[in-house]
Design a protein around this ligand. Sequence first.
Ligand SMILES: Cc1cc2nc3c(=O)[nH]c(=O)nc-3n(C[C@H](O)[C@H](O)[C@H](O)COP(=O)(O)OP(=O)(O)OC[C@H]3O[C@@H](n4cnc5c(N)ncnc54)[C@H](O)[C@@H]3O)c2cc1C
Length: 399
Amino acid sequence: MMRMISSYTSRLTIGSRHEGLQMTTPEATIAEVRTDVRRFLAEELAAASFRPTCDSWIQGHSVAFSRKLGDRGWLGMTWPQRYGGGGHSARERFTVIEELLAAGAPVAAHWIADRQTGPLLLRAGTEQQKRTFLPAIARGRLFIAAGMSEPDSGSDLASVRTRAVPTATGWRVSGRKVWTSHAHRSHYLLALVRTAAPDGDRHAGLSQMLIKLDSPGVAVRPIEVMTGESHFTEVTLDDVDVPNGMVVGRVGDGWRGVMSELAHERSGPERYLSTFPLLAELVSGGTVDGETALADIGSATARLWALRSLSLRVQDLLERGSPTDTAAALVKDLGTRLEGDIINITRRASQRGPGRADHGALPGLLRAAQLAAPSFTLRGGTNEILRGLVARGLGARDA
Ligand SMILES: Cc1cc2nc3c(=O)[nH]c(=O)nc-3n(C[C@H](O)[C@H](O)[C@H](O)COP(=O)(O)OP(=O)(O)OC[C@H]3O[C@@H](n4cnc5c(N)ncnc54)[C@H](O)[C@@H]3O)c2cc1C
């Protein structure tokens, strides 16, 4: 039984077959990409360049590692080559990131720029912005933080109060952003700001602009979390001058930009693989015994596989430019619940009798995962809000 679960769990990272999805990338290509990433990760682990962690796309910040990924062409993978991208399929990118996350590799430095800012710039940026920012992001040399949330604007994002007023050359921005991941280690902040009064439509009059984080008037204060780390920050903007060329998309059209970012933000493998290194370590120890523990692991593995299928489907829709809000919200709601359940399963297994699991890296991974867990269902939109979106998408709710 244990062997069966172990091989089933390893299929999560080995398997490349996916039924029901329009396959545009040959299986042989996917297998080749997977082998390359695994070889790279094995070399990096052998060289002790990183230690696997849970939640490595938030907690695992390494400029050197991001640069290595950039040098190998594993950032900006789907972007056109003329902007420094790789011109690869979404499926190839998915393969690379699920391998990196499953291994608990430190990918936080470039995560936001690669996942959401780049795609936004491709869709709505000016030619100048694409040529300036995309190649540097794809090389792992330019990191961008997401400046959406404010002290009184999280779930209700349209209520942001950071204001930008026009000047002769652009905009003067004042306000406060909070929970801004890695702003103290990034080069730019992509900020959602109010450029005009809402005039009846709360989503109107918002704009997005790229603000250089070393500009006069910008102060970034790291916020310490329970682990003792400071992965997010508070950013104060005090009369910061932003040139016109840094507005992304049309002035007043910021809400649309943010929504397109959120679809990328909510649907990827990071929304169900944050605690995968824990599950893999639990199984690899081979000491887990007893019907309950085995049933728990089997059930978590089946849920992972189903979520992976849904996430792949959303990537496919995103690539085609089709609406994905409901499915993306579903991936994040179900995925983050599973991430928490994996912690509970491991905790139970490590408390049980003679065959109890407490080998190798397991206790350390479990401790860190438990401390990170409260954020899983908050960041990127809380689960309550996401369920509202799903209900609306299914026609079960009007507003
Ligand atoms: C680890 C981490 C990293 C983050 N990184 C970033 C980042 O890089 N950039 C960024 O901009 N933000 C970031 N955030 C912020 C995150 O997006 C917000 O925390 C989130 O949107 C919730 O907003 P809030 O914290 O203001 O909570 P609130 O909106 O105040 O919600 C508090 C509680 O009330 C519930 N609630 C609120 N409104 C409703 C409603 N209408 N119906 C039912 N329940 C409701 C919520 O579900 C929640 O449980 C990060 C957060 C975390 C934890």
